[in-house]
Ligand binder design. Structure first.
Ligand SMILES: NC(=O)c1ccc[n+]([C@@H]2O[C@H](COP(=O)([O-])OP(=O)(O)OC[C@H]3O[C@@H](n4cnc5c(N)ncnc54)[C@H](OP(=O)(O)O)[C@@H]3O)[C@@H](O)[C@H]2O)c1
Length: 330
């Protein structure tokens, strides 16, 4: 997209401009939305500011959907003292549009005070699924990701979710924070429609261990989280950008953040974006980033700037995620 188009045309740009992908039988626009930031405060990682205004959060969700966002990522454990992502989604969007796909995740949990609990045992996953059903006001969940928090084998947990899928509580299953080995383990049990891992210009474990490409070959969506916040993770957006990234952003009349997001979408047709924001202006920019078309030369420069850092640990050979249960389990 040429200079001026991203900013001048932002209101006219729709999430559909990024193209579509099918999660099983559910078609979504590749530019989606992550609900983590709607809780405003109280989530791990230093986000301890005031809670986002409730009406503003509801307005943001409605605005996203009006502009074509039909893939929203959430979790029952996305809550702060005064806000619950699932409750906001329910309030803002139900009765839900037919084409809206809500993706939630289970495994981690928090007690009512917000303290992180140990990874759920397989027999506790049904309770977590039902908690999501209740909060979202649905009789089944479109997609449930098993978020692997430090467990080495996912077979028992994924098997428990496969049973819930068979029982009709879940339509499709996905995984989060996994290695290619975990994906193979899960696929031997039930189909996997998406993998949600930490991935950005500065965190490219999924390139190093081949997971991103493996998902493409298997027809599985790869859904990066922290694509914008990078090494700052739950705290805030990455705050420094190298000169090459700034130059590419200027050439596209875009912000460096938009280029970071657009770069992920250029990693393959199976890559979906779920940027998180509580700011309507950023929502507009993020949707517009889905319409950016980076050139081969842009991509060569950006591809050369990445690192293979592994803060999420999904590439560790021991299969641990390198983090305690007290933080960064989103
Ligand atoms: N599976 C998992 O384990 C896992 C883990 C973490 C997150 N997630 C999911 O992935 C989603 C994305 O991750 P995330 O929300 O943590 O991080 P992110 O999307 O990488 O970045 C969000 C941060 O970037 C800022 N931001 C957003 N748009 C911006 C823009 N256009 N310009 C400048 N700053 C911008 C936000 O602040 P403002 O609010 O000020 O815009 C916020 O600080 C989450 O919402 C959640 O649904 C999943």
């Amino acid at each position: 997209m040429r200079a001026g188009a991203v900013h001048a045309g932002t209101a006219a740009v729709a999430a559909a401009d990024a193209g579509t992908w099918k999660l099983g039988d559910l078609e979504v626009n590749r530019l989606g939305f992550g609900a983590l930031r709607l809780t405003g405060n109280g989530m791990g990682g230093g986000s301890d500011g005031p809670p986002i205004d409730r009406e503003r959060a509801i307005g943001l969700l409605r605005s996203a959907v009006e502009r074509g966002v039909n893939h929203i990522d959430t979790a029952a454990f996305y809550f702060s003292p005064l806000r619950s992502a699932n409750e906001l989604i329910n309030r803002a969007l139900s009765p839900y549009p037919d084409d809206l796909v809500l993706v939630t995740k289970v495994g981690p949990g928090r007690d009512p005070s917000g303290a992180w609990l140990p990874m759920a045992r397989p027999e506790q996953l049904r309770g977590q699924v039902e908690e999501n059903l209740r909060q979202l006001g649905r009789d089944h969940l479109d997609v449930v990701n098993l978020r692997r928090n430090g467990i080495t084998s996912i077979a028992e947990h994924f098997g428990a979710l496969a049973e819930l899928r068979e029982a009709g509580l879940i339509r499709h299953l996905g995984l989060s924070s996994v290695t290619p080995g975990h994906l193979a383990e899960a696929r031997a049990i039930a189909p996997v429609v998406c993998v949600q891992n930490c991935y950005s210009l500065d965190q490219r474990t999924a390139d190093a261990n081949g997971l991103l490409d493996l998902c493409r070959r298997r027809g599985i969506a790869f859904v990066p989280f922290f694509a914008i916040s990078g090494h700052r993770r739950e705290a805030s957006a990455v705050d420094t950008h190298d000169d090459a990234l700034r130059a590419i952003a200027r050439a596209h009349d875009a912000t460096p953040t938009q280029i970071r997001l657009a770069w992920t979408l250029h990693r393959g047709p199976h890559v979906l974006a779920i940027p998180g924001t509580s700011d309507p202006r950023h929502l507009t920019e993020n949707i517009a980033a889905g319409a950016l078309r980076l050139s081969r030369a842009d991509l060569d420069i950006l591809d050369g700037s990445g690192t293979m850092d592994d803060p999420d640990g999904a590439g560790r050979s021991d299969g641990s995620d390198g983090q305690g249960s007290s933080k960064a389990t989103a």
